[in-house]
Design a protein around this ligand. Sequence first.
Ligand code: GLU
Length: 400
Amino acid sequence: MKELAQIASAIQASKTMAIDTLAKQMKADGIDVIGFGAGEPDFNTPDHIKAAAELAIINNVTRYTPASGTAELKQAVCQRMREDCGLDYKPSQVIVSSGAKHCVYIALRALVNPGDEVILPAPYWVSYLELIKMMGGVPVVVSAEESAGFKMTAEQLAASITPKTKALILNNPNNPTGMVYSKEELRAIAKVCVEQDIYVISDEVYYSLLFDGVEWASFASLGEDVKERTILVNGVSKSYAMTGWRIGCALASEKITKVMANFLSHSTGSPSSVSQAAAVAALTGSQDCVETMRQAFEERRNYIVERVNAMDGVSCIKPEGAFYIMMNVKRLLGRTICGEKIENDDDFCSALLKHGLVATVPCSSSGAPGFVRWSYSASVENIRKGMDRLEKFLKEEPTV
Ligand code: GLU
């Protein structure tokens, strides 16, 4: 038989999804594993959102919707972006699709020709790299060090631009680092993007999860010249505990959203009608649930950061948003723990899963070897248990 497509065959499976699936399977098999792999809030979707979905089913809102989302949901997205981010978009500048991940995919589809370079600051979310490759694009990874708060500088960005550069993917607050770019840092980056004429896909899906009152600004809010070259990606998964409903959105100039909508009309058909009705309720209803969850995440962050930094051999900087920490394991490399030789972060995560029954994500898949991502979107009790297990593991005392 003939070969499968080269581009598709070269794509790696998502590490975060694979680890989450493995942890869920181990649990289903009766193994007492604690999952810190996937970035998925442990909270249930709030009741008023679920009620809106029930009502949609009862009222037979069960048919195709416009390919790029219902008018009602686009309106709700515009309203929420206005209230939360001070952004002024028209519904025609919005597309809705099956999750923020798919919106990044469609955004890249709209921008990238084969051979175009896309700048990706590392540490990056695992899927960005593969998504760029799926377009036949060339990822240009720019490493941001832990000592720089894992944040790419405008100087680093400028130095990585070539005549083939088409776009930058920015993720703020960041997955996997949890770090937040200040308005000043963003302005410096935006200046380079405008001067060098490159597009920006700004994934802001964690924008409601900010801690310590940190200042945050949407990239698109930095000026009209910045907004017109920005595709802003957002979604309801993280803010409203709605990962399984698969609703994300992108906001951009009409020229761009038209191309994205055309693409959607031939690919997904439309996002789930019931999920869209639920998303309208999420965006237009009381936002108290968002704040309640944010506060819980902040408490968990404080706890996990304190515990990690109190242990020998590992450390982490204190993130200001999202629900991840990057644990530095570089001092452990070369050691043998619980009979396992730890040469890299992959070895560490495998050994911790095997002997500590704790699932975490090795960050070499995020362009940051020597680090391990913990998603603290787990209950306080599970975080405490997970930290106890890590502590025991580091002292060569296996949980199993
Ligand atoms: N974005 C989340 C994560 O990084 C969900 C899983 C995924 O889509 O990668 O864990």
